[in-house]
Design a protein around this ligand. Structure first.
Ligand SMILES: Nc1ncnc2c1ncn2[C@@H]1O[C@H](COP(=O)(O)OP(=O)(O)OP(=O)(O)O)[C@@H](O)[C@H]1O
Ligand SMILES: [Mg+2]
Length: 339
C-alpha cells in the first residue's frame, strides 16, 4: 500500500511510548517498565481508540528491540484463541529459547483479551505461572470485568481513559499539518464532539471527511458521521427550557424524518446537555431526564414518542426558573424569550 492511501490511523500510529498522547500516568508507568525491561504481567484496560494496542506494541518494541520478531507472540481477536491455541501455541512459545536483552522477557501480547472464552482464559493461568521467569503477558481489553479473576490477580492493571478534547485537538491539528488539510475551527470541534475521546474515530472521520468533501467544516463532518447536528439538538433543548415545547417538537420531528435512530439522537442529547452552559444543579436535573430516556430507549422503547416525552418533561420541569435562580450574572441561555 502506498503511503498516500494508507489509513491515517495507521500512518500516524505512534511507534514509541513518548508519542502516545494523554493518559500520562498510564504511559509513564509503561515507560518505566520499558526502561528496566522488567515487565510484570499487565492488563491495559479502557475505552476504544485511546492507545492501548499502540502502547502495548510500542512497549514490546522498546523492550525487545531487534528480537521483536522472535521475542513477541501477538494474538488478537482475529486469531483463533480457543483453548487449543492457548495450550499449544502459547505454551510452545513460552518454551522456546530466545536471546532477549538483559533483564527483559519474552512477551505474549493478547489484544482484545475480553473476547477470549473463559475456558481459554482459565487455560492460561498455569502457563502464566509456570513460565513466568522467561515469559510475560500483556493483555489489552475494553472491559476488564470480562477478564477472569484469577488472570486479573496475576496482572498489574493499567487503566486508560477517554482522551481529553485538547489531546484530540492537538493530534488532529498535527495530522492536518502533515497532510496539508485545511480544517475550520468548527470542523475540528465537530470531529472532537463526535469522537468523544476516541482518537481512532476522530482520525478516521477527519480522513473520510477530507477525502469525501475536500473540506473539513462542521456540516461535512456531521454528514460523514451521519449524526444529528448538535446545534439543532441544542436549539431543541433551549427551546424546551424556555417552555416552548412546540418549537422543540418541530425540530425533533425534522430530525426524526431525516432517519436518525432514537439511540443516536439520545446520545447526541446527552453530549449536548453535558456541554450546555448552565449551572450544575439544573444541568444534573436535565441529565437525569435524558438518562432515563436513554435507558428506556436502550431497553427497546426506541420511539419518537419516547423522545417527545423527554422534551415534554424538560419543558415542564420548570428548569428554566431554576436556571434563572442560579444564574447570578450574565449566563445567557436563550437570548430573550420567556416562559
Ligand atoms: N493516545 C494516542 N495517541 C496518539 N494516537 C492515538 C492514541 N490513541 C489512539 N490513537 C490513534 O488511534 C489508532 C487506534 O489506537 P489503538 O489501536 O491503540 O486503540 P485501542 O485503545 O487499542 O482501541 P481498541 O480498544 O478499540 O482496541 C492509532 O493507530 C492511533 O493512530
Ligand atoms: Mg486495540
Amino acid at each position: 500500500m502506498s503511503n498516500n492511501n494508507k489509513p491515517w490511523v495507521e500512518k500516524y500510529r505512534p511507534k514509541v511510548l513518548s508519542e502516545v498522547v494523554g493518559n500520562e500516568e498510564a504511559v509513564a508507568r509503561l515507560e518505566a517498565i520499558a526502561a528496566t525491561g522488567n515487565l510484570p504481567n499487565v492488563i491495559l484496560a479502557g475505552p476504544p481508540g485511546t492507545g492501548k494496542t499502540t502502547s502495548m506494541l510500542a512497549l514490546a518494541r522498546q523492550m525487545l528491540g531487534d528480537v521483536y520478531n522472535e521475542g513477541v507472540l501477538e494474538l488478537n481477536a482475529s486469531d483463533d484463541r480457543g483453548i487449543e491455541v492457548v495450550r499449544e501455541r502459547i505454551k510452545m512459545f513460552a518454551k522456546k529459547r530466545v536471546n532477549v536483552p538483559e533483564g527483559a522477557h519474552k512477551l505474549v501480547v493478547l489484544d482484545e483479551a475480553d473476547s477470549m472464552t473463559t475456558a481459554a482464559q482459565q487455560a492460561m493461568r498455569r502457563t502464566m505461572e509456570v513460565y513466568s521467569n522467561t515469559t510475560r503477558f500483556a493483555l489489552a481489553c475494553n472491559n476488564s470485568n470480562k477478564i477472569a479473576e484469577p488472570i486479573q490477580s496475576r496482572c498489574a492493571m493499567v487503566r486508560f481513559s477517554k482522551l481529553s478534547d485538547k489531546h484530540v485537538l492537538d493530534r488532529l491539528e498535527f495530522v492536518c499539518r502533515q497532510e496539508n488539510v485545511t480544517a475550520t475551527a468548527k470542523g475540528l470541534e465537530a470531529l472532537i464532539f463526535t469522537a468523544d475521546g476516541d482518537m481512532r474515530n476522530a482520525l478516521n472521520n477527519l480522513q473520510s471527511t477530507y477525502s469525501g468533501f475536500g473540506v473539513v467544516d462542521d456540516v461535512s463532518v456531521f454528514r460523514v458521521c451521519d449524526q444529528p447536528h448538535p446545534v439543532v439538538v441544542a436549539r431543541i433543548l433551549t427551546n424546551c427550557l424556555d417552555g416552548d415545547l412546540e418549537k422543540g417538537l418541530q425540530d425533533l420531528q425534522t430530525l426524526w424524518g431525516q432517519g436518525y435512530a432514537a439511540i443516536d439522537l439520545i446520545q447526541t442529547f446527552f453530549k449536548v446537555t453535558r456541554a450546555l452552559d448552565v449551572p450544575e444543579a439544573p444541568k444534573l436535573a436535565l441529565l437525569k431526564h435524558v438518562g432515563f430516556a436513554h435507558m428506556r430507549i436502550a431497553d427497546g422503547a426506541a420511539t419518537l414518542l419516547q423522545l417527545a416525552g423527554l422534551l415534554a418533561k424538560i419543558s415542564n420541569a420548570n428548569l428554566k426558573v431554576k436556571v434563572r435562580h442560579l444564574v447570578d450574572d450574565g449566563v445567557d441561555l436563550d437570548g430573550g424569550g420567556g416562559m
